[in-house]
Design a protein. Structure first.
Length: 487
């Protein structure tokens, strides 16, 4: 045994990681963990709101489950747009507070909330009129029953868009200020309320038999309204002193320069996110023609895969905040060092989690459905996902860090190229033209990961993602803080 262990220990001792292991440990416990752990639980709660809606209706039949899945494929596109503006707010708040510019952080938060709430209300009104056309577009070949259920769920949950925008942007601003515990508690509370309210509305209590399928959408919407009220209350009371925003201040004129800064990050990120998720929506159109079993199985597999990705997404969000904060302090060397560390940590964690799902794929699918045909689809897709998970972090964690440096346009163009050139084209060729079905659609998704990961890794190594900050450092005539240091 010693013959094998001694060379291995010697090889590890020669790596750059070994020499810096103490500084990595300090970084992990002092900066990454305080941000990533609350963000992980917050993201878990956000994800579980959708997962629990699906789970609660799953016992009403696979048609109900497919209806929720189709409607949510559109809802995800809308929520991703709000999340992109949330990202812009997070970066501007983190950067501003890093420079001790509290007024700019407050203005960025307030103006993002105003603009996105107005936009979300307009979108909810629009869906009342064009909802049937949206469902026809994304589920043209689904059965009439599935389409009707999807339309009902979509029109109800559309009225949660304004409060979803408030919750996302408010929590993003709090994270940018370094407080990740309050967003975690708010989203945790919303998820618990969603489970309780939706369960009562769907299945009833005592002599009341509930309202069935409609209760899922209504419960989700009501819980989001309560969560948004909690976010506004936190900002008004000033639980985070750096972000105390009175209700009266929302009536003050908008500062267009600050709004441009937020939207300068948020708009490219939102274009990326909406078109990317729009591409995912198009793949749902491909899947919708493959039958109810495949629609349901595909949606369940995505739910399970999303749970696997949660630690990686939390680390990516932490990278955004850490990079933005460090650059706000005028440092250039530290952000790159930290981003590399977070990337490798995320790769290790999600790969191990994906591997653990392989022997339990059938058991996980059984939590959602008892239909053997649907379970077979889920098992096949989970195994495929696990095989290629090692490339996932490069395609998702790295761009989160690059956006912290306001390199949003590069990530936008790469994402559009990989989505439409990889996921859509390859997915259609393999899934539809060559007849591989839903497996071919997922192989197209994996090609998308490979393109994204390669481009973002090269961007990180080139140093081009720091282009907005190098001129500022050169002009000041100072050495970048943190360059070449271990601390």
């Amino acid at each position: 045994m010693q013959k094998f262990s001694a060379p291995l220990i010697a090889a590890i001792a020669r790596t750059s990681w070994y020499a810096k292991r103490r500084s990595w440990r300090v970084l992990f416990w002092r900066e990454v963990t305080p941000l990533a752990v609350p963000i992980f639980f917050e993201n878990l709660c956000v994800l579980l709101m959708g997962v629990m809606s699906t789970f609660l209706v799953s016992w009403l039949g696979k048609e109900a489950m497919a209806g929720v899945g189709l409607a949510d494929s559109f809802n995800i596109v809308v929520i991703s747009f709000f999340a992109a503006i949330d990202l812009g707010t997070t970066v501007v708040v983190a950067f501003s507070l890093g420079r001790l510019d509290r007024e700019r952080a407050l203005a960025a938060t307030r103006q993002s909330l105003i603009i996105m709430t107005l936009f979300a209300v307009s979108l909810a009104l629009l869906i009342e009129f064009v909802g049937p056309q949206i469902i026809d577009l994304i589920a043209d070949r689904a059965t009439p029953q599935v389409k009707q259920l999807a339309l009902s769920y979509l029109q109800i949950t559309a009225w949660s868009y304004p409060v979803a925008a408030i919750a996302l942007i408010g929590c993003g601003a709090l994270r940018g200020a370094g407080n990740t515990k309050i967003p975690m508690l708010i989203n945790g509370g919303m998820n618990i309320l969603n489970i309780i309210i939706s369960s009562l509305l769907i299945y009833g209590c005592g002599f009341w038999h509930g309202i069935g399928f409609v209760g899922a959408g209504l419960g989700l919407t009501l819980s989001r309204y309560i969560g948004a009220a909690a976010v506004i209350y936190v900002l008004v009371i000033g639980f985070v002193p750096a972000l105390k925003i009175s209700l009266k201040s929302y009536l003050t004129p908008l500062n267009t320069s600050i709004l441009r800064e937020v939207l300068g990050i948020g708009i490219p990120a939102s274009i990326e996110s909406v078109l990317f998720n729009g591409g995912k929506l198009l793949t749902q159109v491909f899947v919708a023609a493959m039958g109810t079993d495949v629609i349901a199985g595909n949606f369940i597999a995505f739910s399970i895969a999303s749970l696997i990705n949660l630690p990686g997404n939390a680390l990516g969000s932490s990278a955004t905040i850490i990079v933005g904060r460090r650059l706000g302090l005028g440092q250039l060397g530290q952000p790159e060092r930290m981003l590399r560390h977070i990337f490798w940590l995320a790769t290790l964690i999600v790969s191990v989690l994906a591997l653990l799902t392989v022997p339990f794929a059938g058991l996980l699918a059984g939590f959602y459905t008892e239909d053997p045909a649907v379970i077979r689809v889920v098992k096949m897709l989970i195994w495929l996902n696990a095989a290629f998970m090692p490339v996932w972090a490069a395609s998702w964690v790295l761009p989160a860090g690059l956006k912290g440096a306001r390199d949003a346009r590069y990530t936008m163009w790469v994402s559009l190229l990989s989505m439409w050139g990889g996921r859509i084209v390859v997915g259609w060729l393999l899934g539809i033209w060559l007849g591989f079905g839903v497996t071919g659609i997922w192989l197209g998704m994996i090609v998308d990961w490979l393109i994204r990961g390669t481009c973002f890794w090269r961007r990180l190594n080139s140093g081009g993602w720091l282009w907005k900050y190098r001129p500022l450092t050169a002009a000041s005539g100072t050495r970048p803080s943190g360059q070449g240091t271990e601390g």
